[in-house]
Design a protein around this ligand. Structure first.
Ligand SMILES: C[S@@+](CC[C@H](N)C(=O)[O-])C[C@H]1O[C@@H](n2cnc3c(N)ncnc32)[C@H](O)[C@@H]1O
Length: 222
């Protein structure tokens, strides 16, 4: 539904990659190939079933620079400043505590590290019941972030260089059948839906100099 973060993210040999909500592990295995034997790819997932599937896929692929970790994306079981690139496909929108996810992503990234995820994002205001129904249809049970909220939360976590690039924009026609089935008059509500939900590639960078530390004198913080 979201996108393909491994195709979109820029990965280099020797880097350490972390996939938040790695599921069956395909993106982790693809990343492991791209960072090569001197790099490392971690997958993080909270369910034993997905970790078992991911480890079976790892065995089949015969790769050694891969590790699947059990845990929650709101409390990442990795040390501070240990990851070059965070990827994720359609998982952050599932979290009920997005501030914690972004704070943790920032913590584990090395200075200069990149956040490069696919996620569902909404644009502008809309009726809460429409928002809830369409997000249910898209599969985001906990709700997707509104575009400007996403930027604010990334910025509050400490990130810079924030970009949100739509990769698939949902049109009212995409959700017509589902919404009609829910009892909505879709034609009357078209403006509430059309173009307001999209899959996006969300990019940000952990600055090499911490925001507070870059404050150097009486004028530069103004
Ligand atoms: C929609 S699937 C996506 C899987 C994979 N990224 C992909 O593209 O195929 C969501 C995955 O995230 C995991 N997940 C959801 N919420 C999580 C959380 N808060 N912490 C860790 N894993 C989570 C689920 O167990 C599931 O494997």
């Amino acid at each position: 539904m979201c996108g393909n973060p491994t195709a979109l993210a820029d990965l280099h040999a020797g880097e350490t990659v972390l996939d938040l909500g790695s599921g069956g592990g395909i993106d982790v295995l693809l990343s492991a190939r791209r960072v090569g034997p001197t790099g490392k790819a971690y997958g993080l997932d909270m369910t034993d079933e997905m970790l078992a599937l991911a480890n079976a896929n790892k065995q089949k692929a015969g790769v050694t620079n891969v590790e699947f970790l059990k845990g929650e994306i709101e409390k990442i079981p990795l040390p501070d400043n240990s990851v070059d690139v965070i990827i994720s496909n359609c998982v952050i929108n599932l979290s009920a505590d997005k501030d914690a996810v972004l704070r943790e992503a920032f913590r584990v990234l090395k200075p200069g590290g990149r956040f490069a995820v696919s996620d569902v994002v909404t644009r502008g205001e809309m009726l809460p019941e429409i928002r809830k129904s369409v997000l249910l249809w898209v599969g985001c049970i906990a709700g997707a972030l509104e575009e400007s909220d996403y930027r604010s939360k990334l910025s509050a976590a400490g990130f810079s260089g924030i970009e949100i690039e739509p990769t698939r924009i949902y049109r009212v026609e995409d959700a017509r059948e589902f919404l009609s089935g829910q009892g909505f008059d879709v034609s009357a509500l078209a403006q509430q839906v059309d173009g307001k939900f999209f899959s996006a590639f969300v990019r940000a960078v952990k600055p090499t100099v911490a925001k507070e530390a870059s404050c150097c004198g009486p004028t530069c913080c103004n």
